[in-house]
Design a protein around this ligand. Structure first.
Ligand SMILES: Nc1nc2c(ncn2[C@@H]2O[C@H](COP(=O)(O)OP(=O)(O)OP(=O)(O)O)[C@@H](O)[C@H]2O)c(=O)[nH]1
Ligand SMILES: [Mg+2]
Length: 339
């Protein structure tokens, strides 16, 4: 199970105090009470959004405070309410109260909105306490404190991007380069036996975006009939928005034609039957630091003929990795917007 977690502390705004005041007007000997009420403190609101897919933004910033209500003023002026703070969470986030452990809310659909900490009510000013027998009240209330809570957020991660390709092409090396995931990497096929997920953050807050990448076992010809590790783990890619297809252009793999490699993998994706072959895809030549010149040239020709854009990367030297990361981020953003 892949779970993303974050602990945050929220504090809603306190209410403003009610005011004690009496009208003072020229030629009116004894004005009545005129203290206005305090404003309400801002709420802390959570809202689910399709545009977020991880909780990393909460790790950068674990404390949230809403604005307090302004105090009431004389001349019956009510204090302004404090502004709410709206925290966006991905669909699928479950919110728990950290102290009691109780579930606060399960965000199962988009644009769901709940108040997780309520702002304090404003205190009443003395004008509110006037009655026929109590003409000059001096009572006025302080604002109520805003709610304060520790919350724990939990999200089952769904991958946005899936890495596909033959075994040993460098999928696990790539995910370890762009995320905190540390899967086993080794120079033999079928090192990865089950999917690894990594969270990739691109850019600086508040402009940063993040997405989840799945590294899965390699595919070989006949995988849909059970060759190698088969294709059952491809179900982890059914809900991804984008695939990154790595084609190894080094000499070491013993396969002479990288265009053929690409087609074999596409054939296996198609045989799986979930429409994976039709997903948006970024094609990358891997191990470019030790590329065979002729294989790289072949793959370039193949990509050109097929109208595919080809990125050249090396997880070993870092060549092309930033560009690949940004292309992934841009494409994921574009697909999220279109969703
Ligand atoms: N020279 C070079 N070697 C690389 C590069 N990327 C990965 N390797 C090596 O290739 C081998 C396989 O890498 P992995 O990342 O385990 O490959 P994989 O695609 O995850 O393989 P499976 O899990 O078996 O499908 C390891 O020995 C890596 O060190 C690269 O960019 N350049
Ligand atoms: Mg691997």
């Amino acid at each position: 199970m892949f779970i993303d977690e974050a602990s945050i502390r929220v504090k809603a705004g306190d209410g403003g105090n009610g005011c004690l005041a009496f009208r003072r007007e020229k030629y009116v000997p004894r004005g009545g009470p005129s203290g206005g009420d305090g404003g309400k403190g801002g709420d802390i609101v959570m809202e689910s959004s399709e545009r977020h897919n991880t909780l990393v933004h909460f790790r950068f910033n674990p404390e949230y405070k809403a604005e307090r209500g302004r105090h009431g003023e004389g001349a019956n002026k009510t204090g302004r309410d404090g502004e709410d703070v709206v925290l966006k969470v991905p669909v699928g986030t479950i919110v728990y109260d950290a102290e009691s452990g109780g579930k606060v809310h399960d965000f199962s659909r988009a644009d769901d909105r709940i108040v997780v900490a309520r702002g304090g009510r404003g205190g009443r000013g003395n004008a509110q306490f006037k009655t026929s027998t109590h003409q000059a009240p001096r009572e006025h209330e302080p604002g109520r404190p805003g709610e304060e809570r520790n919350l724990r957020l939990e999200l089952k991660l769904l991958a946005d991007v899936g890495l596909v390709g033959y075994p040993n092409v460098g999928k696990s090396t790539l995910i370890s380069r762009i995320s905190a995931a540390r899967p086993k990497i080794a120079d033999y096929p079928f090192t990865t036996l089950e999917p690894n997920l990594g969270v990739v953050a691109v850019g600086e807050p508040p402009q940063e975006t993040s997405f989840v990448v799945a590294d899965i076992p390699g595919l070989i010809a006949g995988a849909h009939q059970g060759a190698g590790l088969g294709t059952q783990f491809l179900r982890h890619l059914e809900r991804t928005r984008l695939l990154v297809h790595l084609v190894d252009v080094s000499d070491a793999n013993g396969r002479p034609d990288p265009g053929k490699d690409f087609e074999v993998i596409m054939g296996e994706l198609a045989s799986f039957g979930a429409g994976l072959e039709a997903k948006p895809m970024i094609l990358a030549a891997s191990k470019c630091d030790i590329a065979s010149k002729s294989k790289l040239a072949k793959l370039k020709r193949y990509a050109k003929a097929q109208g595919l854009n080809l990125l050249l990367v090396s997880a070993a030297t870092g060549q092309g990795i930033e560009a690949l990361k940004h292309q992934m981020a841009n494409k994921v953003e574009e697909l999220r917007r279109a969703a």
